[in-house]
Design a protein around this ligand. Structure first.
Ligand SMILES: NC(=O)c1ccc[n+]([C@@H]2O[C@H](COP(=O)([O-])OP(=O)(O)OC[C@H]3O[C@@H](n4cnc5c(N)ncnc54)[C@H](O)[C@@H]3O)[C@@H](O)[C@H]2O)c1
Length: 406
């Protein structure tokens, strides 16, 4: 069996919290070979390299030139650099896993798609949520038709400073130039929205045809350029409707996900909690269906073994990492890493790939609809939206070159 040799670029917060420990555990269990780390910040690269006993670099090309055996690279840098780093990796003939959002605009996503195509390598997008155990079990329930036809998928997601009241003097403003600083963070819709649009599509089991959205900035702080509230409505080809609302301040809302079908519903207030509240029509009445989460110890860690949904016949999700010290959350990361590892070692197309582009497309449609006064935006998007154009212009003004040439 060939083991994929994998390196990481970007050793900041999400890498330290999820990617690095998961890569190391997969290597300990003989599923991959974890070979090198890289970060522009030399001190950070050295510290992380020391922690994991791996060679460290501050320059991607130097790492790839020194380690000809690296087969795939996990890119965990800030959003605006994904396409440039991914293209560099592809041009060195290596497969690439890039964090979500795939890139900050569709032309930037296409930089990755084209570079990988030209160089005969695969790309995968590190969209982790749908790969988490509970979400995989939900997809199995929906795939088995337990909820009937899906009519609506609804996410409400308070973020961060969730119960803070509105600031005095704050006026609602439509979004202007939300990613104009080209720092790591690119607004709530590109950040959490990319995850939720992925889940909306997967749970609706259909492709979006049209979106309407309102995104507003309420914070008076001029330094804060992104939207801090957003609401999107999605029309799916199947006739299902998707609703997504997220907020960084103000409204006292609770986390909520409801998948409603003609035969039942899942109503979940804790996307990662150890329960899956499923209610379906049985013999003319609604009945709660028990869902069991079976766990085991791996070292010091309480690890999920399987999820059993007590339908007739039962539906079972088996955790492919039940023998690893990987918690439920990081199973999503293990899955995306193994997706690019299998692509590299066995020439298997990655699981999600262009799905990551579709998530960005839905984000772009939402930004565009809001800018155009909540005008519906048809999907797929052809050409460049005015939002993307504005972002590209901003980049040229600030850095003197086009972002998709960066
Ligand atoms: N999937 C998830 O649940 C999840 C959660 C959090 C963040 N993320 C994503 O992870 C990515 C990273 O997050 P962040 O920006 O907050 O992390 P961060 O700012 O903490 O770390 C990014 C690191 O990348 C390094 N870096 C940047 N450009 C580089 C280059 N060209 N070569 C080598 N190193 C480089 C920086 O020095 C920094 O240490 C983002 O795209 C973010 O959206 C995903």
């Amino acid at each position: 069996m060939t083991l994929a040799k994998i390196a990481i670029v970007g050793c900041g917060r999400p890498a330290q919290r999820w990617h690095l420990p998961t890569l190391a555990e997969l290597a300990r269990r003989g599923r991959i070979d974890f070979v090198a780390v890289c970060d522009l910040d030399q001190e950070l690269a050295a510290r992380v390299g020391g922690d994991y006993g791996l060679p460290h670099y501050a320059n991607v090309e130097e790492m790839l030139d020194r380690h000809k055996d690296i087969m795939a690279v996990d890119v965990v840098t800030g959003d605006p650099s994904h396409h440039a780093v991914a293209r560099l990796v592809a041009e060195h003939g290596r497969h690439v896993l890039v964090e979500k959002p795939m890139a900050v605009t569709l032309p930037c996503c296409d930089v990755i798609v084209d570079a990988c195509r030209r160089n005969g390598v695969y790309f995968e997008v590190a969209e982790n949520y749908f790969r988490m155990p509970k979400q995989r079990a939900i997809a199995k329930i929906l795939g088995a038709g337990i909820l009937g036809e899906i009519v609506r998928v609804h996410f409400v997601e308070p973020k961060g400073r969730r119960f803070r009241s509105f600031e005095a003097g704050a006026k609602p403003k439509n979004i202007g130039r939300p990613v104009s600083r080209f720092a790591s963070y690119s607004g709530v819709f590109l950040d959490t929205g990319a995850h939720r649009f992925s889940q909306l599509r997967i749970y609706a089991g259909s492709e979006p045809t049209r979106m309407v959205a309102a995104l507003r900035k309420y914070r008076a702080d001029p330094e804060f350029v992104h939207e801090d509230w957003g609401h999107a409505l999605v029309d799916f080809d199947s006739g299902a409707v998707g609703v997504y609302e997220t907020s960084r301040l103000g409204e006292e809302t609770v986390k909520y996900c409801q998948i409603a079908g003609t035969q039942g519903r899942i109503l979940d207030h804790d996307t990662f909690g150890p329960q899956l509240p499923l209610r379906v029509m049985v013999g003319g009445g609604m009945r709660d269906i028990p869902v069991e989460f079976q766990r085991r110890r791996v070292g010091d860690l309480d690890v999920l073994n399987r999820i059993v949904v007590h339908t007739d016949p039962p539906i079972t999700y088996e955790n492919p990492y039940a023998d690893c010290a990987i918690d439920d959350w990081s199973v999503g990361h293990a899955e995306e890493i193994m997706s690019i590892a299998n692509a590299a070692a066995n020439d298997e197309p990655p699981e999600y790939g262009l799905g990551g582009r579709k998530d960005v497309e839905m984000c772009m449609a939402a930004y565009e609809s809001s800018i155009q006064g909540m005008r519906p935006v048809e999907l797929p998007i052809h050409g460049i939206t005015s939002y993307e154009k504005m972002l590209h212009d901003d980049h040229r003004d600030q850095f003197g070159r086009a972002i998709d040439q960066a």
